[in-house]
Design a protein around this ligand. Structure first.
Ligand SMILES: Nc1ncnc2c1ncn2[C@@H]1O[C@H](COP(=O)(O)OP(=O)(O)OP(=O)(O)O)[C@@H](O)[C@H]1O
Ligand SMILES: [Mg+2]
Length: 223
């Protein structure tokens, strides 16, 4: 689950402190699919970065998958992300020199530094995740040979690899046509039904229509 209380975040612009989040309260329970909408620049990605344990420089309380983020060190945040959080970035963040399948496998391969299954099992789960997003036959392609929508779905498959308790997605259907967009939305609904806490930033009505709740980010607060 996700629990935010009074989360505040400023960016420094020269000598000026620009407030972006001004006291955000948010709960996303297991089984919920919550959509966040708001104008460009309102702080939606910033908020996801806080909830995804990617940003440590914020005020307020944040508890994600049972772990309080305040004062958590780099290694502990990385471990939490690896274990419990799937993140689909607005810009995908795929590695260009790896194939689609290798990109999906990457978090699992990195995790083998600790305990976990062998590389064969990671590959099998990555194939499975690609299948789930409708790209079972494109695993060998590098990102450069995939369309924007296909890249977006590879990023989603990668986020699903570790079967995270929390899934955070930033405009996950922004580049998708009607039919692959509908597939991704169906997948989110399914994941929520399986007990995942799903938090999605979106401009699209077809996503917010599928959500259990829609929240608006305006003037640094959620309503
Ligand atoms: N690293 C940064 N340094 C300084 N300012 C930043 C930084 N990241 C974001 N901002 C500013 O914070 C504000 C919120 O940015 P954010 O990316 O969270 O918006 P957003 O709601 O996700 O917008 P969009 O819908 O366009 O993706 C913007 O005004 C942006 O310019
Ligand atoms: Mg954004």
């Amino acid at each position: 689950m996700i629990r935010l209380r009074g989360v505040k975040k400023c960016f420094r612009d020269g000598a000026r402190e620009v407030p972006v989040l001004r006291g955000v309260d948010l709960d996303v329970a297991p089984g919920e699919l919550v959509a966040i909408v708001g104008p460009s620049g309102s702080g939606k990605s910033t908020l996801l970065h806080v909830a995804g344990a990617l940003d440590r420089d914020f005020e307020g309380e944040a508890v994600v998958a049972g772990t309080s983020l305040a004062g958590l060190g780099e290694a502990a945040r990385a471990e939490l992300r690896n274990r419990a959080i799937g993140f689909v970035f607005q810009a995908f963040n795929l590695l260009p020199t790896l194939s689609a399948l290798e990109n999906v496998m990457l978090p699992g391969v990195l995790r083998r530094a600790g305990p976990g299954g062998g590389i064969g099992e990671v590959r099998a789960r990555a194939r499975d995740a690609l299948q789930r997003v409708g790209l079972g036959d494109r695993g060998g392609a590098p990102p450069a040979r995939l369309s924007g929508g296909e890249r977006q779905r590879v990023a989603l498959a990668r986020a699903l690899l570790s079967r995270p308790a929390v899934l955070l997605a930033d405009e996950p259907t922004g580049n998708l046509d009607a039919s692959s967009g509908a597939d991704v939305i169906r997948l989110f609904v399914e994941l929520a039904r399986d007990g995942v806490s799903v938090l999605v930033v979106t401009h699209e009505e077809r996503v917010s229509d599928a959500a259990t709740r829609v929240l608006h980010l305006l003037d640094g607060r959620l309503a």
